[in-house]
Design a protein around this ligand. Structure first.
Ligand code: UD1
Length: 369
């Protein structure tokens, strides 16, 4: 460890990581420019590698090129975990860092945390402490394992703080800082822009839905997925449904005999286009967690096709509602939405655009010689 310039590995692997690291890197750079001691090393694991799942986000969000790319690519959960651990361990053995900072709950988050902690490199987890309670989701396993070996928790909510305390984590290791994903959203609001297909598709503000689906429970079984898509078509009252298709979902979709009418299938959208679509939508139908945070801040009604959420504040405070995975629940929910009887929602505490700065400030203090 360098006594003067602590090196922080900032880990990113999959799409939902990129918007979370951007404000942290910016805050660390700003401190460095102002004479601060911390240095960042950006490590991309390569879990997501397409331009559409990765490169576009780096460009649009002004994230610098990674210092290191582990290039792990696709695989099963265990294959990806093993490849990331092996390659990240190599990196640490060659050039050790002083902190491994991981964000969110993807495979890369857990794998790097394990490799680092085994070499006694302290782990900082941004978005630590959130829990869905559903062990059927790989992300929940990633959260549990990561948090079990995390030194410093940067949290998004009081619920997360309470979960950590319940697990025996002392208050001196919990830092309630807010939501870095929302830093990125607020910083980019003026830059949001309509996708190229906006006019062609005849889209108008408030006149369409946006849908994202990629959870195995919703998309891996072709028959169940087809039933779900039919229900969406029936419940959306003829309004267009813009559906940016995740690579996992595309595989099942390609196997369906007939494509559902009314759905506007598009490629995964870059950040600025995707959030433009969300901001101007009548409502959003999703099984993502991050999207429910963005709809909460944008005040857009959000229908989540899951039984549980690790982000309960999007329901208790925000515009999100969980309707489960039974397609029959869509119709009554969307009828309420279309009739204008959806809750208005408010913005959770500290989701204010300053979270990256708070994290950098804490790190500077924690890493004092
Ligand atoms: C991962 C995260 C999930 C996150 C999601 C967002 C885990 C456990 N899950 O799930 O939390 O919400 O990303 O996108 O980490 N693929 C491509 N191109 C890519 C990346 C992936 O074609 O750039 C393909 C893979 O080959 C694989 C499928 O998409 O067949 C799924 O990718 P994978 O990284 O395994 O997990 P996601 O389902 O994307």
């Amino acid at each position: 460890m360098s006594a003067t310039e602590p090196l922080i590995d900032v880990i990113a692997g999959a799409r939902p990581n990129f918007m979370k690291i951007a404000p942290i890197l910016r805050a660390l750079q700003a401190r460095q420019a102002a004479g601060g001691r911390l240095r960042a090393r950006l490590v991309h694991t390569g879990q997501h590698y397409d331009e559409r799942m990765s490169g576009d986000f780096f460009r649009q969000l002004g994230i610098p090129d990674p210092d290191v790319n582990l290039e792990v690519g696709s695989g099963t959960q265990a294959e990806q975990t093993a490849a990331i651990m092996t390659r990240y361990e190599q990196l640490l053995l060659q050039a050790r860092s002083d902190v491994c900072l991981v964000v969110g709950d993807v495979t890369s988050t857990m794998a790097c945390a394990i490799a680092a902690q085994k070499l006694r490199v302290p782990v900082a987890h941004v978005e630590g402490g959130i829990r869905s309670g559903d062990w059927g989701m790989p992300e929940e396993i990633n959260r549990l394992v990561t948090d079990a070996i995390t030194n410093w928790f940067f949290t998004t909510s009081e619920v997360a703080n309470a979960n950590l305390r319940k697990a025996g984590v002392g208050d001196e290791r919990i830092f309630f800082v807010g939501n870095t994903m929302i830093d990125t959203l607020l910083a980019n609001l003026p830059q949001l822009r309509a996708p190229a297909f906006w006019a062609d598709a005849g889209l108008q503000a408030g006149g369409y839905f946006v849908m994202t689906l990629h959870r195995p429970a919703n998309v891996d079984d072709p028959q169940g997925f087809a039933r779900l898509l039919r229900a969406v078509g029936e419940a959306t009252a003829g309004l267009p449904v813009v559906f940016p298709v995740h690579p996992r979902t595309a595989k099942t979709l390609a196997a369906l005999p007939d494509k559902p009418a009314g759905l506007r299938l598009v490629d995964p959208q870059p950040y600025l286009e995707f959030n433009y679509l969300v901001r101007h939508a009548k409502g959003v139908i999703t099984d993502s967690g991050g999207v429910t945070e963005e709809t909460t801040v944008l005040g857009v009604p959000c229908v989540t096709l899951r039984d549980t959420t690790e982000r309960p504040e999007t329901v208790s405070i925000g515009t999100n509602e969980l309707i489960g995975t039974d397609p029959a629940a869509l119709k009554p929910a969307l009828q309420r939405l279309l009739a204008g009887r959806w809750k208005k929602g408010a913005i959770p505490e500290k989701w204010d655009g300053r979270t990256g700065e708070r994290i950098a400030e804490h790190l500077e203090r924690l890493l004092q010689p």
